[in-house]
Design a protein around this ligand. Sequence first.
Ligand SMILES: [Zn+2]
Length: 179
Amino acid sequence: MPWPKGKPHTEVMIRKMRESRCGNLRPLEDRFWERVSTGGEDDCWEWLGAKLPSGYGKLNSKSGESYAHRLSWKIAHGSIPAGMSVLHRCDNRSCVNPRHLFVGTQADNLADMRQKGRGFIPDSSRGNNGRAKLTEGQVREISEKYDAGDTSYAILAREFNVHKSTIAYAVRGLHWRDA
Ligand SMILES: [Zn+2]
């Protein structure tokens, strides 16, 4: 059998291009809600898609936004004001229920955590001076840098001058606990 006319290899390429373009054209909202286990109004709505190492839901979007909880807030309210964070009332990083999300500054976040009685318990908490090796802001920064990729526990440990295990705890949020 001779090869059919029209160069099948090229046809396959064209079909793949069309499919991927269709994929891109599918509305972000559709791709988003497909990956959410919605419950009652006040329940946590769990993200079923990919997650970042820190536990936050992840979805690629054209805008470059990849945090599922931030996308959820954007879908519900529009763009996030510059320099503001989207925070969880429920402390569940994989929750994307817009009712559980609020926009605030890092200062709001810290006030919220204090109010909820949470804090960063550093490795040195059992040590001599009890002073935190990492601030809450640094913990967030480490977590975001790790999620963004192109780094490692070892690199971050050097950058923040702490032990690799401290970085691991910061990324996984393990040292945040109810006081
Ligand atoms: Zn929630």
